[in-house]
Ligand binder design. Structure first.
Ligand code: CP
Ligand code: NVA
Length: 314
């Protein structure tokens, strides 16, 4: 079975921790001018039907730094945009490239693609989750706080894909998360139940943030929700992470945001640009974490293929 990365649950906690170690190693390597060229001859296909700055640039640059190449396809470029089934697209593309990253709305689309793909599939964001972002976020937490387990996190804002990813991370990395959302914007109920030993839910940002080590937020209006802008801005009034709210967190708390950020809405200018904000390191870490992820998935795939060959011979 090919291993994919559709959720943080696709890797064990041990594998996730090893991946973060490798990401930190790769960061040091590139900063000291060393490159591995491990991906020579390998191609990563990026199938994106939503906008992206960080995810696209980090995947393309990462592959390039490792000696491999990338192929970017938007729906306007590929037949999938004219109705070719996902199952057919998956079989064709995965017969030619070594690894695929997909950004799409419907989470089920990635699952369908992965079922028919011969090569690893990476979730580069769906409406349900954004696991690549959490690799970078956890790497940043490790760098800034020194550990990822037994910490207290507050997520203030929409119960969206980023919120879900933080909930799953709480399970996998062993930390507690307090989520503050307005009524009607709660995260997925099934996921909430599955994570209940690590997650608490409130409608009060001031309650969630009290004494925490990490404060996280995300846009109130995710891609595809543009028509709900006015209604959402009203519903999220009082949920801006500003200096007054940050004062309630631990004195050494860090602030994270996957970006793009909307100053004056989910976060104030002062917090985003302030000394507790680690968002620029967090964004850079997308590059290092995803290089480690690509390495991991291609290595795993090779060893699965090797095991398969042995099985045939015996
Ligand atoms: N954080 C993130 O995924 O950014 P992009 O949408 O720019 O890729
Ligand atoms: N919640 C946001 C994250 C963007 C990286 C969205 O889905 O648009």
């Amino acid at each position: 079975m090919t291993r994919h990365f559709i959720s943080l649950l696709d890797l064990s906690p041990e594998e996730l921790n090893a991946l973060l170690n490798r990401a930190i190693e790769l960061k040091h390597e590139i900063k000291s001018g060393r490159t591995s060229q491990l991906m020579q001859g390998k191609t990563l296909a990026l199938l994106f039907d939503k906008s992206s700055t960080r995810t696209r640039v980090s995947f393309e640059t990462g592959m390039n730094q490792m000696g491999g190449s990338t192929l970017f396809l938007s729906p306007a470029d590929a037949q999938i945009g004219r109705g070719e089934p996902i199952e057919d697209t998956a079989r064709v593309i995965s017969s030619m490239v070594d690894i695929v990253a997909i950004r799409t709305g419907l989470h089920g689309n990635i699952i369908r693609f992965a079922e028919y793909s011969r090569v690893p599939v990476i979730n580069a964001l769906t409406d349900f989750n954004h696991p690549c972002q959490l690799l970078a976020d956890m790497m940043t937490v490790r760098e800034k706080i020194g550990r990822t387990e037994n910490i207290e996190v507050a997520y203030i804002g929409d119960g969206n894909n980023m919120c879900h990813s933080w909930m799953i991370a709480a399970k996998q990395f062993g930390f507690n998360i307090a989520i503050a959302v307005p009524q009607g914007f709660e995260p997925d109920a099934e996921l909430l139940e599955a994570c209940e030993d690590r997650v608490t839910l409130t409608n009060l940002p001031a309650e969630a943030i009290k004494g925490v080590d990490v404060v996280v937020t995300d846009t109130w209006i995710s891609m595809g929700q543009e028509e709900e802008k006015q209604q959402r801005e009203q519903a999220f009034e009082g949920y801006t992470v500003d200096s007054a709210l940050m004062k309630l967190a631990s004195e050494n708390a860090i602030f994270l945001h996957c970006l793009p950020a909307y100053r004056g809405y989910e976060v104030s200018e002062e917090v985003l640009e302030g000394p507790q904000s680690m968002v620029w390191d967090e964004a850079e870490n997308r590059l290092h974490a995803q290089k480690a992820l690509i390495e991991f998935l291609l290595d795993e795939n090779r060893s699965i293929q090797r095991q398969g060959q042995l099985d045939i011979r015996t």
